[in-house]
Design a protein around this ligand. Structure first.
Ligand code: FSO
Ligand code: SF4
Length: 540
């Protein structure tokens, strides 16, 4: 195996025997093959589009799910991945028969087999390292990971009935370009930036999907203590799953708590009507080993980030959507179907209430609509000098000790600065009680990682209000933490919007070759983090 798609990759170079995430070499190889087969499928769908043939919505969704399944910590279940490879090959055969011009198809598009026993042998020959030129490999992987993030956000929008043919067509055409040996480094670099443009589009689509169904996030205080009822913990990013779970738990005596990236659900007006929607339990994804244990009740994982579960609570883990782990119960349901959560609800009834690990509350809900409603106050605070600088600290949290940098950085920021956050990175400083500036909290949480889109909208609005030509003239610094591939699409989106001098940590991606990293440094001023003191000095 060779995998270097996430920030925690071994020695910051690549996982080669087993993933730091717990992914086995077999699972990694099968995931490589799933991506390979999906790239071939996308070459065919792209050619069909050129022939003006229709690609079904179901197939677009299938492709996104294939990508989403291979995101870090989403799916560890070999049986599921093998079935997806087989389904992908079947789709390819079906579509090849429809394709009129079969000239110039790549070996990837044409590859097929009827023998699942050969998947591992084939998979071992087509992984990341099969691209020998390290710069081309770097760019191909940068684009592929960005597309994985895009696919995840697209899937969430699809689950709420929103889709955009242009996004699906771009995603598939671009994925196919990552197997095109005729593309130069310059062309792939341009493609990476174009991927960022579509990153903005997909986040806008998801924002519209979320807000049109659930309302605009608003300032909300979320309880972090516990009640005395049996309960279900829901983690991941899928708001539609949360909605269905809340509906089905009404009148059952079972409470529902959010974990990690599901916290921002509390900010949406829609979910406030559910009396059993009790609060947020715990912290970012990587703390789940302790927090799932003390929660006592069953846990529903709707997306990544699942850590291979400990035996003590494995029987309480339920997966759904793209998530999978052998031996954990999976709740089925395609997009458009209403899932049946009765098994997890019945399970919860037999469990003791959660053990309290924290008390109090945290405040969030500062997505674009809410912040723009406060625009006068914010602009006034900037003009008067009460707020000197905003620092965007969006992204992901993770288990590496080096990430304590973000807590220290937040604590060391001068009192006249405000943190704008989104994603699970927030857990490094959202319980620090950093105070407020004239009623504006010093940590403004917009929501999930995809709500980084809100932060970009806020920046664009401020640029307009202050009559500036360039987003980089605003008093906003960017100190972003990344972990998995959704952060890659967020980063590419920020670059597309023209944001310069982003600090990216806790380490730069291993998949950036020295030359590709140099392009990002020279053109965008991207840099890694240093000590807190040095970074406060350079950013503030
Ligand atoms: Fe965190 Fe995990 Fe949202 Fe990621 S929960 S690390 S960028 O999946 O997706 O922020
Ligand atoms: Fe390693 Fe990350 Fe890949 Fe897991 S996802 S195998 S930790 S690089």
């Amino acid at each position: 195996m060779f995998c270097f798609q996430c920030q925690e990759t071994a020695q910051c170079t690549g996982c080669t025997r087993v993933g730091v995430c717990g992914k086995s070499a077999t699972t990694a190889t099968l995931q490589d093959l799933l991506i390979y087969a999906t790239k071939g499928l996308c070459e065919i769908t792209t050619k069909l589009r050129q022939e003006k043939q229709d690609i079904s919505r179901k197939l677009n969704q299938f492709i996104c799910e294939n990508l989403f399944i291979t995101i870090t910590n989403a799916n560890f279940d070999d049986e599921i991945i093998i079935k997806r490879i087989t389904d992908t090959l079947n789709y390819k055969q079906e579509l090849l028969a429809k394709l009129q011009n079969k000239n110039n198809l790549s070996p990837v598009a044409l590859w097929t087999t009827n023998d699942e026993n050969t998947y591992l042998v084939k998979g071992a020959t087509i992984g990341v390292l099969a691209t020998e030129n390290e710069d081309i490999r770097s760019l191909r992987e940068l684009i592929t990971y960005g597309l994985k993030g895009m696919a995840a956000y697209n899937k969430h929008a699809n689950a709420l009935g929103k889709s955009n043919d242009e996004i699906d067509a771009f995603l598939q055409a671009t994925l196919a370009k990552t197997i095109d040996d005729n593309l130069s480094g310059e062309e792939l670099t341009a493609l990476a930036l174009e991927t960022g443009a579509f990153g903005v589009k997909v986040m806008a689509l998801l924002d519209e999907a979320n807000t049109s169904r659930y309302g605009n996030p608003e300032i909300t205080s979320v309880d972090i203590g516990v009640r005395n009822n049996p309960a279900i913990l829901i983690s991941g990013h899928d708001l539609r799953d949360l909605e269905v779970l809340l509906e089905q738990t009404q009148g059952t005596g079972v409470d529902v708590y959010t974990h990690s990236e599901m916290l921002p659900a509390h900010y949406y007006p829609f979910f406030k009507k559910y009396k059993n929607f009790a609060g947020n339990y715990g912290n970012a994804w990587w703390k789940q080993k302790e927090e799932f244990l003390s929660f006592n009740g069953p846990i529903l994982l709707t997306t990544n980030c699942l850590v291979p579960p400990k035996a003590e609570y494995k029987d309480r883990i339920y997966t759904t959507g793209v998530v999978g782990f052998a031996g954990c119960k999976h709740i089925p349901g395609e997009i458009g179907e209403t899932k049946d959560f009765s098994a997890i609800i019945e399970h919860a009834k037999k469990c003791p209430p959660p053990t309290q690990i924290e008390t109090g509350s945290i405040v969030g809900g500062f997505a674009h609509n809410q912040v723009l409603a406060l625009a006068d106050k914010v602009v006034e605070a900037v003009k008067s000098g009460a707020i000197k600088k905003f620092v965007v600290m969006a992204g992901c949290d993770g288990r590496q000790l080096a990430r304590n940098y973000y807590t220290d950085f937040a604590k060391a920021l001068p009192q006249d600065t405000v943190i704008l956050t989104a994603g699970c990175a927030k857990y490094k400083y959202n319980k620090l009680n950093l105070g407020d500036i004239g009623g504006i909290p010093r940590v403004l949480d917009a929501g999930q990682c995809n709500d980084s889109y809100s932060l970009a909208l806020i920046a664009l609005k401020l640029k307009e209000v202050f009559g500036l030509d360039d987003i980089n003239e605003l008093p906003i610094a960017y100190n972003i933490a990344w972990y998995e591939q959704k952060a890659v699409i967020v980063l590419l989106a920020l670059l597309y919007l023209g944001v310069k001098n982003i600090k990216l940590g806790p380490t730069l991606p291993a998949f950036l070759s020295p030359n590709v990293a140099k392009v990002l440094v020279d053109n965008f001023g991207i840099s890694g983090i240093n000590s807190v003191e040095e970074d406060i000095k350079s950013l503030i």
